[in-house]
Design a protein around this ligand. Structure first.
Ligand code: PLP
Length: 702
């Protein structure tokens, strides 16, 4: 435990935020990171090595989450990468390319080209062939390539043999005699600048000796190169600084290392360090829930909802993690327990034979020190979507990675359409290349909803036209696509059956919010973007309450002459335009005919309008709506309900909440009415029901 993960009144907090509270919002399992802990680690490193003015390159493989990387980059750090993908992540996070160093034994030509184009600081070259490849590509691009040679100093870092990288039997780096030859060769290649020397001897190293031994060898080698006229500017000593995974265990002594390497850092060479684990390891935890308790013949198992696919370190390295209950319990089990996941592997454990306090199913457990090599090594094994990630700073928290959905599990897979499936004896389930849709309805407005966060649907308008057809398609009042948003949980895009894009639809918005919640895209309370502005929603079972945008453009007593009749109505924009007409009874009104005439009136050109026919009734209003785009009466219209309720208040003094009955169902409209006709804080509450789910064959629309 530490001051960033601590108990407050027996409940585990990350900084000043209750972990239990976050769990109710995001569901388990999830990773949680402490912002302040990460900053403290960075500052400790900066302070310890300050005498060198080093370039600290955060090793992305420890945890490449974009938000965490952005924070780290904002403290002036560079990045250590090992692939084109990590280069992409590093640049996306905002690490300047001139602070990026690139290691790895298997850099492909495409990756080398990408790094050259981005002008990274240098490549840590790991073989002679790699150097030749870099030379070839640099020539083609007419660029100079800056390189450093990764030395294999043949040093045992005294760590787990899977994470030792500096011994002669390891694949990493180049031994001294070969390296000397490569430096000489490289210095003669016109397009290559040999700027540095590199080593990385392993990970989770606990004492300074291996570094000192390796550096002594490097120093002798550097002096030799200098005598031969090869002068280097950077000494990159890699990462590997260990952290404490057990109570009372010490972290790697960075101050001591900094002090003791002083005679080994040649003057004129800039020191580079590449810590990963040290920055994020202790700052993260994996929160999981106890599902079942089970007594075996010899053991008691606590089965939790996280698995080795979420955190593989215990299975892979036999790594130890401190594990504590989120709600402190003072009782102990008589027997020791194994804390295991649901994966079909006997190595799927987080602890074995561990004394653990008594907790009940449904309670939460924190697996500490999981910030490094946790999420970055996670997988979808056993059909498990990757988990959500959360960042806490003081008493603020943010969801910084959404939990994946089942959709992600088949994303990108293609079942060839010409594959021979004649021999099937049963109906095959939908092919993985197909796209899941949900059919939902809100007050009788029906919608087709798709998760389009990865923009798998590109021809949105065509898809809407095709699917919304009542007899030849699925049939719906609209197609709703859930897409990514920059500053909200998601972006709701809604298309009419004619393919036109609507700004907003209240009933559709409720369905979108519940869909996003059930798909794990957003929490119980969420904010999403629409073309009409941001919308806030709260979901409780099948009831969704949404905050609508404040209405505007109110126009009183608009008189329209159509044929021989004059219609007097009220105009208001509640996200989309609405024209409201009051009738004694709306029962006999010819909605389609009258609605069409009004929406086509030149007063509303060029956009047209929706038309609401309103009757004051009992304890609320009864409305029928003609919707442009649908070009017919619909069973209900959310923005129409809001518009009609507000106008009924302004004209007939109905007070909120106004109950609005529509053919398709009822909704309640809340708002605040301020001086004059200023209306604010508008909420619409109603049901959002799932009618059925199915699959589209994606081929035509992607
Ligand atoms: N640099 C290189 C080249 C690495 O391969 C690694 C990890 O394996 C690191 C830095 C970061 O190591 P650590 O997270 O132990 O600091």
């Amino acid at each position: 435990m530490n001051s960033f993960f601590h108990y407050q009144e027996n409940s585990l907090f990350c900084e000043e935020k209750s972990i239990e509270e976050i769990a109710t919002k995001v569901g388990t399992p999830f990773y949680i990171y402490s912002y302040s802990y990460i900053i403290q680690n960075i500052q400790q490193l900066k302070k310890a090595f300050s005498r060198y003015n080093p370039l600290i390159c955060y090793s992305l493989k420890a945890n490449p989450n974009i938000t965490l990387c952005r924070i780290i980059a904002s403290y002036g750090l560079g990045a250590d990468i090992v692939s084109g993908g990590e280069l992409y992540q590093a640049l996306k996070a905002g690490f300047p390319s001139e602070k990026i160093v690139y290691s790895g034994v298997g850099k492909t030509p495409d990756e080398i080209k990408y790094a050259l184009e981005k002008n990274i600081l240098f490549f840590n070259v790991e073989s002679e062939q790699e150097l030749q490849e870099i030379k070839k590509i640099a020539e083609k691009l007419n660029k100079r390539a800056k390189v450093s040679i990764r030395i294999n100093p043949d040093i045992d870092a005294n760590t787990h043999h899977y994470i030792t990288t500096g011994k002669k039997e390891n694949k990493f780096g180049i031994p001294f005699p070969q390296a000397e030859k490569i430096y000489k060769e490289a210095s003669k290649i016109p397009g290559i600048d040999t700027v540095g020397i590199h080593m990385h001897i392993g990970s989770q190293i606990k004492n300074v000796e291996p570094y000192l031994e390796a550096l002594q060898r490097l120093k002798i080698f550097i002096d030799k190169l200098t005598r031969k006229g090869i002068n280097l500017s950077y000494l990159d000593i890699g990462g590997g600084f260990g952290i404490n995974y057990r109570e009372k265990e010490e972290k790697f002594p960075i101050e001591e290392l900094s002090e003791k390497i002083a005679p080994l850092v040649p003057p004129g060479m800039r020191l580079i360090i590449e810590p990963g684990r040290y920055i994020v390891g202790n700052a993260g935890a994996l929160i999981t829930k106890l599902i079942y308790k089970k007594s075996g013949k010899r053991k008691e198992f606590l089965i939790v909802d996280a698995g080795m696919n979420d955190l593989i370190r215990p299975s892979l390295y036999g790594a130890y993690h401190r594990i504590i209950p989120v709600k402190k319990s003072l009782k102990k089990y008589g027997k020791k327990v194994d804390i295991v996941g649901p994966i079909c592997e006997s190595t799927d454990f987080f602890a074995q034979n561990r004394q653990f306090p008594a907790i009940e199913s449904g309670e939460l457990i924190a697996i500490l020190d999981a910030g490094a090599y946790g999420v970055s090594m996670s997988s979808n094994y056993n059909g498990r979507p990757r988990v959500a990630e959360v960042l806490v700073k003081n008493d603020n928290w943010w969801l910084i990675k959404q939990k994946e959905s089942y959709w992600n599990l088949t994303q990108g897979q293609i079942v060839p359409t010409d594959i021979n499936l004649y021999h099937r004896e049963i109906m095959l389930p939908a092919s993985p290349s197909s796209i899941e849709f949900w059919k939902m309805e809100g007050a009788g407005n029906d919608f087709i909803l798709l998760d389009n966060r990865d923009e798998i649907i590109k021809k949105r308008a065509e898809l809407a036209q095709k699917l919304c057809q009542r007899k030849k398609g699925i049939g719906a009042d609209g197609l709703i696509l859930i897409e990514r948003a920059k500053q909200a949980d998601f972006f709701m895009r809604i298309f009419n059956p004619d393919g036109s894009e609507a700004e907003m639809c209240g009933n559709g918005a409720r369905c979108a919010a519940r869909f996003a919640y059930l798909k794990g895209v957003a929490g119980e309370e969420c904010t999403f973007q629409t073309l009409a502005g941001p919308i806030k929603a709260r979901i409780k079972e099948n009831k969704v309450k949404i905050k609508m945008s404040d209405p505007f453009d109110f126009k009183k007593e608009v008189k329209l002459r159509i044929d021989t009749r004059e219609y007097t109505g009220y105009f208001i924009n509640t996200g989309v335009p609405h024209f409201i007409l009051f009738y004694e009874s709306v029962d006999k009104v010819k909605i389609k005919e009258t609605g069409f005439k009004i929406r086509s009136h030149k007063y509303f050109h060029p956009d047209g309008t929706n038309v609401d026919f309103v009757e004051i009734k009992d304890d609320g209003i009864l409305i029928r709506t003609y919707e442009r785009g649908v070009e017919d009466e619909t069973l209900a219209c959310g923005t129409g309900a809001v518009a009609s309720a507000i106008i009924s208040h302004l004209i007939y003094n109905l007070s909120p909440p106004v109950k609005v009955k529509m053919k398709g169902g009822s909704v309640n409209v809340w708002f605040e009415s301020n001086e004059g006709s200023r209306i604010s804080n508008v909420f619409l509450e109603g049901e959002a029901n799932i009618t059925y789910k199915g699959y589209l064959n994606g081929g035509d629309y992607v």
